[in-house]
Write a protein that binds this ligand. Structure first.
Ligand code: PLP
Length: 360
């Protein structure tokens, strides 16, 4: 089976084998040693000297942790949204009582740094900017470096959803001065779902000390205290830690730059295929993601037929659209454990399924 949705993604055999090991005491020496090996490797992938916390939760839990640890009810935040996940991040802040000023774009578009600059100027008192690095629903990668620059020039906090980009697309956290950056294990990390990682800058910690939103499970201060002992406050997803230890070794052996280049090559194949078939990508190609390719379905395509045919006849699983894009687009996930040969197989199957997926 070729599982090519944008997460969960396939895991290498070595990772699965490690995850199948017998349990250990999460308050014991072996677990602490493993955590103390994992955290520095994670920091290398985040390209940061900041603290990186490991939370047992999905990506959304990670986003919620960023909100409750940096904000207080009533705080003004700019919620930059270019799709489904940008809306989710903003909604989470709003549920906890933040005053979200939305900066919404048509789905498929990238956010413009100048718009953010203007919004910060027009709305005095904004505390933080919330932004998605890679919008999985539309296959768009935001120009985060430039966005971060305008946010920092304005002296605001920046909270980043990097769930479907970090470790697959270059994201130098320290160089871009990002305050809280969240990602999820089931995306580019070659391990199963179950963990989220959060990097927290010095400014992030200052905000954490003042933040008044309610928090318990996701309290970063508590997580940091336990991390000093190689532990987590609550029972962690131990099996995912086992796999992660192995996956991170594989990733660092390959080298970050090589990983980014591989993702670019694989994504290029997907983009070229779509264009050769006369289809339009959802994003402007300048912002097309290297982890997920979103393609507008041709008028005569029945998307759900296409997806089920690929799955049942060709053993290839890709994704449809989310929210407003359901039935209108399809998405090929190519992040984590993926190579050019995998994409060749996926595209060959799509070639075969395409003529048989017409609307009745
Ligand atoms: N943000 C982005 C950009 C995502 O792609 C996803 C998952 O697809 C999430 C957040 C939510 O992560 P999870 O489903 O692990 O809660």
């Amino acid at each position: 089976m070729q599982l090519r949705i944008p997460g969960p993604t396939p895991c290498p055999d070595e990772v699965l084998k490690a995850g199948g090991r017998q349990m250990i005491n999460h308050r014991g020496k072996e677990f602490a040693e493993m955590t103390n090996r994992i955290v520095p490797k994670l920091k290398q992938c985040f390209q940061t000297k900041n603290d990186v916390l490991i939370l047992t939760t999905s990506g959304t839990g990670g986003l919620e942790s960023a909100v409750v640890n940096t904000l207080s009810p009533g705080d003004k935040v700019l919620g930059v949204s270019i799709g489904f996940f940008g809306e989710r991040f903003a909604e989470c802040a709003s549920v906890y009582g933040a005053q979200v000023i939305p900066l919404k774009y048509e789905w498929g578009k990238a956010a413009a740094p100048d718009d953010i600059k203007r919004a910060l100027k027009d709305n005095p008192g904004i505390k933080a900017v919330m932004v998605t690095h890679n919008e999985t629903s539309t296959g768009v990668t935001n120009p985060l470096k430039e966005i971060a620059r305008v946010v920092k020039d304005a002296g605001k906090l920046i909270l980043v959803d990097a769930v479907s980009s970090l470790s697959s697309i270059d994201l130098p956290v320290d160089e871009w001065d990002l305050d809280v950056v969240i990602t999820g294990s089931q995306k580019g990390w070659m391990v199963p779902p179950g963990l989220a990682f959060a990097s927290v800058s010095e400014r992030g910690w200052k905000a954490q000390a003042e933040a008044k939103m309610p928090k318990f499970y996701f309290d970063y201060a508590r997580a940091k205290k336990f991390a000093a002992e190689g532990q987590t406050p609550w029972t962690p997803a131990v099996a995912i830690f086992f796999g992660l230890d192995v996956a991170l070794d594989m990733m660092l052996k390959e080298g970050l730059q090589n990983i980014f280049a591989r993702h670019t090559r694989v994504a290029d194949k997907a983009r070229k295929w779509a264009k050769a078939k006369g289809m339009r990508l959802v994003p402007d190609e300048k912002f097309a993601s290297n982890t997920v390719t979103a393609v507008n379905a041709p008028d005569d395509m029945d998307v759900s037929k296409f997806l089920s045919m690929l799955r049942d006849e060709y053993k290839v699983v890709i994704a449809g659209g989310q929210g407003a894009m359901k039935g209108k687009i399809f998405r090929i996930g190519h992040l984590g454990f993926v190579g050019e040969k995998d994409m060749d197989e996926v595209l060959a199957a799509m070639d075969k399924a395409l003529p048989k997926a017409k609307k009745e």
